[in-house]
Design a binder for this molecule. Structure first.
Ligand SMILES: [Zn+2]
Length: 291
């Protein structure tokens, strides 16, 4: 902690991520362990252990742990610039009302996981099989757009929506305002194009994908994912010794999601792409032209 204070005195801004783990999934959890970590070094800076009786309910434990942790850290004289959490409505409310000066970012992995489930659900409908086949590429594309937008929400949204052209084998297109955009990947050869199943715009699969990609809530959430922040993979092992003493012991360790991200890149399994976006804001055009 001494190092953190010294770094703050030197002007370094504190970026944290937080996540909670309960002893049981769902609404019957009795204990919750909320952890706050430093983004850069992945060190745990604070933890809170809560019981459902003190929070009022199982679902109230995580927000309470988050709020207590934030107040404790700020009460110790540390200034938090960016806080990354999952897309919990209760935590969003706490951030909005009690920590309005702290930038709130969403963990991309939670959002990506939710989107993957929606794609798979729609892809399971007869006639939408091609959507399920595109699931992995779409999620990779979302992660890649967040990772390469450099904090610019306009660029992020533009690149994200470009997937609607790419899945139809359109890699260069004209926007409504007359600007021409294109995918950032290399031109696909006839052989590469023949290996992929492409969607038809008038198909049910495409209409379903379009509704997911342009979902207003998702587009709004993406604005809070432009820094490509993610909570660490906090694994909480609950070793229950209920049979002995009717108590539980929590053993906790962390594992970096960043490693997985890097791993996929090295393995060449990162099959996303960027889009050279010439529409949207001038700021977006300037940023992209420098790349
Ligand atoms: Zn493309």
């Amino acid at each position: 902690m001494a190092r953190v204070y010294l770094e703050q005195e030197d002007g370094k801004k504190l970026h944290l991520s937080g996540d909670g783990r309960c002893d049981t999934p769902g609404f019957s959890a009795k204990y919750c362990h909320y952890t706050l970590m430093l983004d850069d070094t992945k060190e745990i800076i604070h933890t809170e252990l809560l019981q459902s009786t003190e929070a009022g309910s199982s679902v109230a434990m995580e927000p309470l742990g988050f709020k207590r942790g934030m107040k404790e850290i700020m009460g110790d004289g540390l200034d938090i610039e960016v806080m990354t959490t999952d897309r919990s409505t209760l935590i969003c409310k706490i951030m909005r009302e009690e920590f309005p000066n702290v930038q709130h970012e969403f963990d991309i992995w939670h959002t990506a996981k939710g989107l993957r489930k929606k794609i798979q659900r729609k892809g399971a409908i007869k006639g939408n099989e091609i959507l399920a086949a595109w699931s992995r590429s779409i999620i990779n594309h979302m992660c890649f757009t967040c990772a390469t937008s450099k904090g610019d929400a306009e660029i992020l949204k533009c690149r994200w929506q470009s997937i609607l052209h790419h899945v139809c084998n359109e890699h260069e297109w004209t926007e409504d305002d007359g600007q021409t955009n294109r995918c950032g990947h290399h031109p696909l050869t006839a052989q590469e194009q023949s290996k992929r199943q492409w969607m038809k715009r008038e198909s049910s699969a495409f209409e379903n994908l379009e509704s997911l990609v342009n979902d207003k809530r998702l587009l709004k959430d993406l604005e809070q994912m432009a820094l490509f922040k993610h909570t660490e993979f906090i694994i909480v092992l609950l070793i229950s010794w209920n049979t002995l003493q009717n108590h539980s012991v929590m053993i906790m360790f962390s594992f970096s999601y960043s490693f997985h991200f890097l791993f996929y890149c090295i393995q060449g399994r990162w099959r996303s792409f960027t889009v050279q976006c010439s529409s949207t804001s001038q700021k977006g055009r300037d940023s992209l032209s420098r790349e």
